[in-house]
Design a protein around this ligand. Structure first.
Ligand code: PSV
Ligand code: MN
Length: 388
């Protein structure tokens, strides 16, 4: 059986990065429901992320999205974050919200638009230089709605050219996280639709290019833990964008739709000794909280990842290997299910107490008065949102 002390230590050392846009208003194409107290600028988003970190102790980094989090002085923003007790994490690029990008960004048939898009990627690296961020997260909405609309192979060439120029600009400690997505906004063909395409481009680029798995970006029924296992074996798994889905890219709280899938993913991570932050995988959230209170939802999401991780850490690996090697199908499955069916909440409560935290982060947040304070203070101005 795994040693309890080692399990607790791994849980204490775990790091989860939260997204600046998760604190802003969001919705569907039908309606965005504004919430009181929502941040109006990047500084207020950082303050909310810092609150999540204060109550969970494992979320000290915040991903930014440019231009949603554009400021004049990124070094100053970084210092502001440090004063709050957090750090700026991945820099997300945005080449999908400008009229020029109607037919694509780096894959656009117009070389002038491809130049503009690539320049944005390079600008994001300059921001990383100023903030000390390691990760450049690239997601391209590029694709086609109709057969024949553009040249599928030619678009891959254009993509490779832009990625190569971006890769060459990376510093020694910086890397690319290339994200794929099955569909949306393009409906017929997407230029980076799956992990295989992302992986092939990363291989062409070099060791500083890795794949990011957004758990909401697959066809229903996809075995995501297989993708995790494959990329781990190739040392090309750079990060996760955690969220959960019932239908498409729902961006709901991770672990809400399918906690068993999250456990199976974390089981592959733990099995490969890839949980330790030193291994280099960035465990990020990429979520939108459209109808639920945002800060408690982010805290809940962090806790959901912790619970799946704790269960994965409890898998009796020796017993599992023995059963696997003996061809004991039911025995091996039972070892895994025993861990999954363990109630790890008391263990996590202990971990939090050891860290000097309240064992119940959501209740502690509600008691803290933070929500009442931001609702009273953040009046006037324009609330931030997904896309602004
Ligand atoms: C695209 O759906 C995506 O997953 C990318 O990571 C974007 O940057 C993010 O969502 C924006 O919410
Ligand atoms: Mn994502």
């Amino acid at each position: 059986m795994p040693e309890r002390r080692a399990v607790k230590e791994a849980l204490r050392a775990q790091r989860i990065e939260t997204p600046s846009w998760g604190y802003g208003n969001s919705g569907t194409r039908f309606k965005v429901f504004a919430q009181p107290g929502v941040p109006r600028n990047p500084e207020e988003k950082l303050a909310d992320a810092a609150a999540v970190h204060r109550f969970t102790g494992v979320a000290p980094r915040v991903s930014l999205h440019i231009p949603w989090d554009k400021v004049d002085d990124y070094a100053a923003l970084s210092r502001y974050a440090a004063d709050l007790g957090v750090e700026i994490g991945a820099i997300n690029t945005n080449v999908f919200q400008d009229d020029d990008y109607k037919l694509g960004s780096v894959c656009n048939p117009d070389p002038g638009i491809r130049r503009k898009a690539t320049d944005h990627l390079l600008e994001a690296i300059a921001i990383m230089d100023a903030t000390g961020s390691r990760d450049l997260k690239l997601w391209f909405a590029d694709g086609l709605n109709y057969p024949g609309q553009d040249d599928l192979r030619g678009r891959q060439d254009r993509l490779a050219t832009a990625l190569a120029e971006t890769y060459d600009r990376l510093g020694d400690e910086q890397r690319i996280l290339l994200e794929y997505k099955l569909f949306e906004p393009a409906f017929y063909a997407t230029d980076v639709p799956d992990w295989g395409t992302a992986y092939a481009h990363c291989l062409e680029l070099g060791p500083k290019a890795t794949v990011v798995i957004d758990t909401g970006h697959h066809a229903p029924g996809t075995n995501i833990e297989f993708i995790v296992a494959f990329l781990l074996r190739q040392r090309r798994l750079g990060a996760f964008d955690f969220n959960s889905r019932f239908y498409a890219d729902d961006d709901l709280m991770v672990g809400a739709a399918d906690p068993f899938q999250l456990f199976r993913i974390m089981n592959e991570i733990v099995d490969a000794n890839a949980l330790d932050p030193a291994y280099g995988i960035n465990f990020m959230l990429d979520q939108c909280h459209n109808i639920e209170a945002k800060i408690p939802a982010v805290i809940r999401s962090v806790m959901n990842v912790q619970e799946a991780t704790a269960k994965a850490l409890l898998v009796d690996r020796d017993a599992l290997r023995a059963a696997q090697l003996a061809g004991d199908v039911l025995g091996a499955n039972a070892v895994l299910m025993d861990a999954y069916n363990t109630d790890v909440r008391p263990l996590l409560a202990e971990v939090r107490e050891d860290m000097g935290l309240d064992p119940d982060p959501v209740a502690a947040y509600h008691r803290s008065g933070y929500q009442q304070r931001i609702e009273a203070e953040r009046v006037g101005g324009e609330q931030a949102g997904w896309g602004a």
